[in-house]
Design a protein around this ligand. Structure first.
Ligand SMILES: Cc1ncc(COP(=O)(O)O)c(C=O)c1O
Length: 453
């Protein structure tokens, strides 16, 4: 298809109307004041803006485009489905073929016996559903008083009012309180917070003891679930858990009849080098929530996937059904696109690519640390990396580097002085070099700019 060309007047009108008619998600008035960024085309790991400038996207389009932009296989799957049956809702007793095929596929690739899916439109809704599943699971089993959730500080699960209530980052909650009652917070349990002189396993045990104390204080019979992002996301720099922690959480939940929910919306579908982060630790939750890379960014879709033992309570007969639903959850064309996306991950060996390129990135970031005073350690796994800058946060060096990269053709996500590197799983060695080369140039420039050498 020939590319549309916009003239100056059309471009100016698009910029003006973007600001006039749209409130962006997580809007930044400071950034908007510099003018909106409008993107018009994508291919592989690259996107182009309205002015025709090309960018390497080191954040995989908000962690979604795991197989890259504009994949003909997906376009074809969507076209075929559009021409056959674009949509029928997964409603009461109705299913579609792509929906069933996708559920089958999930049962095959999800860890343990996670095999029964409730489809939604986003990661946020997946988490809302997981909370509701856990609450109703206990109601159906005669334990109505189990309504509380343990969650972790600094976590992110959604901006909606339910999953927002168990989001640990205060910024997302503070204007909307009181939220859903019963959210209890424990520390995030990050290896990097381990006090000097303590082993990883000892620190893991300290974090587990805190959970045990909370459960004892609150009464285990009041707790429905424990929701966590087993690898906290880009907001807090992919901190790995201490030794034995995830296994210990699993054991505690089993002991007290608490359902364990892993939010793998950000970490699922290959970004850690395996289908799911929890597989690195051999721990399977009772419910897993997925979104983002699940669909590869092609069409929104999310799911809460549970075990037959949990799903069984909603299938005991009339009146026990899960009381949740939406019109478009499990949209037919979204399922077709998602199946095609998963097919690409499998055919192209992208989990392996994430592992191989990830190791290369880590080695190169360690080298960079030796060369630059302001570069600190890198935390993460696979293709999810956070590079910490050792600088005074008041200087705004991370944002300066992000803007420098933008000017030089790369989209980079920073959270203060954490630089996030989470490219698409199709990234090549040359693209790793391109991405790190730009970061290193930006670091050199920033060091000179701030006099930090
Ligand atoms: C860990 C985690 N959970 C849930 C969500 C919410 O997903 P969505 O924005 O697709 O609704 C996100 C999104 O950033 C996330 O990173």
């Amino acid at each position: 298809m020939p590319e549309h060309q916009w003239n100056d007047a059309e471009r100016a009108a698009l910029r003006e109307d973007a600001l006039r008619y749209i409130i962006p998600h997580f809007a930044s008035n400071a950034e908007l004041a510099k003018g909106p960024k409008i993107f018009v085309r994508g291919e592989g790991c690259y996107v182009w803006d309205l002015e025709g400038r090309k960018y390497f996207d080191s954040f995989a389009t908000l962690l979604t485009t795991v197989t890259g932009h504009v994949r003909p296989e997906v376009t074809e799957a969507v076209r075929q489905q559009m021409q056959t049956l674009e949509f029928f809702p997964n409603y009461v007793d109705a299913f579609t073929v792509p929906l069933i095929e996708l559920a089958r596929k999930l049962a095959e690739i999800m860890p343990g016996d996670l095999s029964v899916s409730f489809f939604v439109n986003s990661g946020s809704e997946a988490n809302e559903t997981a909370l509701k599943m856990a609450r109703q699971y206990h109601v159906e089993r005669g334990e109505k008083h189990r309504f509380k959730f343990i969650a972790r500080r600094d976590s992110y699960h959604a901006t909606t009012l339910g999953a927002g209530a168990v989001t640990g980052l205060r910024w997302f909650r503070e204007y909307f309180e009181p939220l859903m009652p019963g959210a209890l917070f424990v520390r995030a349990a990050r290896e990097r917070d381990k006090p000097a002189g303590m082993t990883s396993a000892e620190y893991g045990q300290q974090c587990l003891d805190e959970i045990e104390r909370l459960i004892a204080d609150e009464g285990s019979e009041t707790i429905a679930g424990f929701i966590m992002d087993p690898l906290p996301g880009s907001n807090t720099g992919y901190p790995l858990p201490p030794e034995g922690y995830l296994q210990g959480v699993r054991e505690i939940c089993d002991r007290y009849g608490i359902l364990l929910i892993f939010d793998e919306v950000q970490t699922g579908f290959g970004h850690t080098g395996r289908w799911f982060f929890c597989e690195h630790y051999g721990v399977t939750p009772d419910i897993m929530t997925i979104g983002k890379g699940f669909t590869g960014g092609f069409i929104p879709l999310g799911a809460a996937v549970t075990k037959p033992q949990v799903a069984e309570v909603f299938r005991r007969g009339p009146g026990t059904e899960l009381r949740s639903g939406s019109t478009y959850g499990g949209h037919t064309v979204a399922c077709a696109a998602t199946l095609a996306n998963i097919g690409i991950i499998e055919r192209e060996g992208l989990l392996e690519n994430a592992r191989v390129q990830g190791e290369y990135l880590k080695a190169r970031m360690d080298e960079m640390r030796a060369r630059h005073a302001i570069v600190g350690g890198a935390s993460g796994i696979g293709l999810l990396w956070a590079l910490q800058l050792d600088v005074d946060p008041a200087l705004g060096v991370g944002t300066w580097i992000r803007d420098w990269c933008h000017e030089h053709g790369m989209i980079l996500r920073n959270n203060g002085d954490i630089l996030v590197l989470a490219p698409s799983l199709i990234i090549t060695r040359e693209e790793c070099d391109l991405m790190l080369g730009l970061i290193e140039d930006a670091v050199t420039e920033a060091s000179a700019h701030y006099g930090l050498t």
